[in-house]
Design a protein around this ligand. Structure first.
Ligand SMILES: Nc1ncnc2c1ncn2[C@@H]1O[C@H](COP(=O)(O)OP(=O)(O)O)[C@@H](O)[C@H]1O
Ligand SMILES: CC(=O)N[C@@H](CCC(=O)OP(=O)(O)O)C(=O)O
Length: 321
């Protein structure tokens, strides 16, 4: 009779330790806003998406204010393909014709966002989906890609000019979880209304994190973090400062460009840490936050001490050093 009780107590100890490890983090971040970008490449299967939703709901119940910005690049490409439209990227951004824009909007707002809202709301009436068009959340003008010093027209790709955080803040104050699709309303004078722009989701997440005065930006993708010498090596850079990242930017390729530019912009404009995490690892958000090990790449503002092999410093996010 006594034996099973003793065994139960014993096996519960590591779980209790994990919760205790999280206590300082929870205390410090209570009430803080965290923007989490869920990349299309990280939405590998239903189990991972459900685990992502659980992590976000956990953050919300732990007293944080999570905001989700989602991607959907591969999902858009698949749908364009079904419509017989080709996917072309320049400087990491999708060349977006007017026809492609309809598909982008349909997939992001009508498919990916709806699925995430549904998964989050399995846990209660928490998530509310919106795009940058709603309540003027994101306004944008036409963005030209810079390639070899030239400004290249890549269609209906937008550059965010203004963010009105009113609706997102109201939802957060109401205990909801905003789920944002990276489509912006046009702020161009020649557009008489109704026109929208396709904004890279990493860029949108970083801009929203800054506008909300978020504590943390987390970017979930399909690699372990920022590789030092991609594609030749899989050595992940675990921590780097804004200046160190700035020096690396010209060497980065494809989807990592807007991702790391976004992280740099965020930490240069008041966000305390920006992290790139492997979204293919189930519960990567909770692992990063609630254990001392930490995974992925952390970008810190300049002037923050980076102590290698200091696991405690990871958990503490470096602010207090
Ligand atoms: N230095 C680098 N470190 C890691 N990944 C890199 C690097 N440079 C380019 N990449 C590429 O960037 C991809 C992630 O960007 P992207 O495909 O846009 O993902 P997401 O859909 O999550 O936004 C990786 O899968 C990898 O192919
Ligand atoms: C302008 C531009 O490139 N927009 C992206 C928007 C979606 C996105 O960014 O999705 P991921 O985060 O999954 O890559 C696109 O059309 O693919």
């Amino acid at each position: 009779m006594n034996q099973p009780t003793a065994t139960r107590k014993h096996t519960a100890l590591p779980k209790a330790r994990i919760l205790i490890e999280a206590l300082p983090w929870l205390t410090r971040h209570h009430g803080k806003t965290v923007v989490v970008k869920f990349g299309g490449n990280a939405m590998v299967d239903d189990e991972l998406k459900a685990a992502f939703a659980q992590d976000i709901v956990f953050l919300r119940h732990a007293g944080l204010r999570p905001v989700v910005v989602h991607g959907g690049g591969p999902q858009i490409s698949a749908q364009l393909d079904r419509h017989g439209l080709v996917s072309e990227f320049k400087a990491g951004l999708r060349v977006t014709t007017d026809d492609a824009m309809d598909v982008v909007r349909m997939v992001l707002a009508g498919q990916v966002q709806r699925e995430l809202v549904g998964l989050l709301n399995r846990h209660g009436p928490l998530a509310v989906g919106m795009t940058g068009e709603d309540a003027h959340l994101m306004s944008a003008t036409k963005h030209f890609a810079e390639i070899d010093g030239e400004q290249v027209d890549i269609g209906r790709v937008g550059q965010i000019t203004e963010i009105d955080t009113g609706a997102v803040r109201a939802l957060l104050d109401d205990g909801r979880i905003p789920v944002v699709s990276s489509i912006a309303r046009s702020a161009d004078d020649f557009d008489e209304g109704g026109h929208v722009y396709n904004v890279n989701a990493d860029t949108a997440a970083a801009a929203l994190a800054v506008a909300l005065g978020a504590e943390t930006l987390m970017v979930l993708t399909d690699v372990e973090g920022l590789y030092a010498d991609w594609p030749h090596s899989d050595e992940v850079i675990s921590k780097l400062t804004a200046s160190q990242l700035e020096k690396l930017l010209p060497e980065l390729a494809s989807g990592m460009v807007p991702k790391m530019e976004g992280c740099l912009y965020a930490v240069r404009h008041g966000v305390t840490t920006a992290r790139v995490l492997d979204g293919r690892v189930p519960h990567s958000i909770l692992l990063e936050i609630f254990t001392d090990e930490g995974i992925g790449t952390m970008v810190l503002p300049d002037g923050t001490a980076i102590e290698d092999n200091d696991k405690g410093a990871r958990g503490d996010e470096g602010e207090d050093q």
